[in-house]
Design a protein around this ligand. Structure first.
Ligand SMILES: N[C@@H](CCC(=O)N[C@@H](CS)C(=O)NCC(=O)O)C(=O)O
Length: 332
């Protein structure tokens, strides 16, 4: 991580733990908003007007938080408006790196298209030379002011749902006003129990912390399976909302990494009937599968030394698990 503008070599790739061994995620540091007219959003400064071609997104395909932003761009068909650079899936001694810097390369990772920097943290320093904090993905970059707009995916999801409406080739309303309270509650629940729950299980530093986390994860999966068992297409009913994107990025990583590596091994998603159907619906019908790169996901997670010191990546389960199961999928 960065401390007063300097990269610390001895940094902890699994963020922090509290005194009971619970994994704790750090908060993001850039919180400006892109708005249709450039006025200020709920946090940060004004001056970030929605314009085609002005903004750039730095992502990692391994990362669920960055992937939810990619999912949103896909759903709204906004890929022609915001350009993208993709880091390699491995965290190096200098954090995230771009293609061509380290000896390992996974197809799909790119160079830094804007500044040709080798490491992501160097972009943070361009934006804030004395920065203290973690150099995380996603990063939403403004080419005009040459700075970071925002590095919190929850903010980026909310702002991109509305700011670029005139360019979106597909209209979606992922945060419907009439369901906003319900949606915010569900988002919070998904984050605590599942999106971050799997990380709390995987990076727990005590048996007690692990058991509490894994119980949360499987309570949530059972509750969601139950919710979907009335035949609804999406979590809040007939229409897709932001909550579906948030659930998707965790479900799609579950059987291929969280089950084994994060020790969330009570039951795989493929054994949940309704959740599997739901996952296929998002993966195929809504084409979110086009944002999923199993090779980045597997190679990236299994390269985390704290969890897998020798770096061996298991062959199974099939990376194309969703594809090989497609014949089971009948949408009603
Ligand atoms: N609050 C952030 C969290 C992002 C995050 O934790 N990203 C991870 C990758 S999945 C990261 O970049 N970790 C590097 C680090 O913590 O140094 C968001 O949701 O945007």
């Amino acid at each position: 991580m960065l401390v007063n503008g300097r990269w610390q070599a001895a940094w902890d790739p699994y963020q922090k733990a509290d005194d009971k061994g619970n994994f704790t995620r750090e908060t993001a540091s850039f919180r400006h908003w892109i708005t249709p007219d450039g006025s200020a959003g709920p946090t940060g400064n004004k001056g970030f007007k929605a314009e085609a071609g002005r903004y750039h997104l730095y992502v990692a395909y391994i990362c669920p938080w960055a992937s939810r932003v990619l999912a949103l761009l896909k759903l709204k068909q906004l890929e022609h408006v915001i350009s993208i650079s993709v880091v390699e899936p491995f965290l190096t001694d200098f954090g995230w790196s771009f293609a061509g810097v380290e000896s390992r390369h996974v197809s799909g990772a790119t160079e830094d298209h804007l500044h040709q920097k080798p490491y992501l943290y160097q972009l943070y320093l361009l934006a804030e030379p004395m920065m203290t904090g973690r150099a995380t993905v996603p990063v939403l970059w403004d080419k005009k002011q040459n700075t970071i707009v925002n590095n919190e995916s929850a903010d980026i999801l909310a702002m991109l749902d509305h700011a670029f409406e005139s360019w979106a080739k597909k209209r979606t309303n992922l945060r419907p006003i009439e369901q906003l309270d319900q949606l915010n509650q569900l988002n919070e629940y998904l984050y605590t129990k599942l999106n971050n729950g799997v990380y709390r299980a995987g990076f727990a530093q005590s048996q007690q912390a692990y058991e509490a986390a894994v119980e949360d994860v499987f309570d949530a999966l059972e509750a969601l399976e139950n919710r979907l068992s009335d035949g609804r297409r999406f979590l809040l009913g007939l229409h897709l909302t932001e909550a579906d994107i948030r659930l998707f990025v965790t479900l799609i990583r579950f059987d291929c990494v969280y089950f084994d590596l994060f020790k969330c091994n009570i039951k795989p998603i493929r054994d949940y009937n309704w959740l599997s159907q739901y996952l296929f619906r998002l993966f195929y019908d809504l084409k979110l599968g086009e944002t999923v790169h199993f090779d980045h996901i597997k190679q990236g997670y299994y390269s985390v030394k704290a969890l897998n010191p020798n770096g061996v990546v298991p062959n199974g389960p099939n990376a194309d698990i969703t594809i090989s199961n497609q014949e089971k999928y009948h949408d009603h």
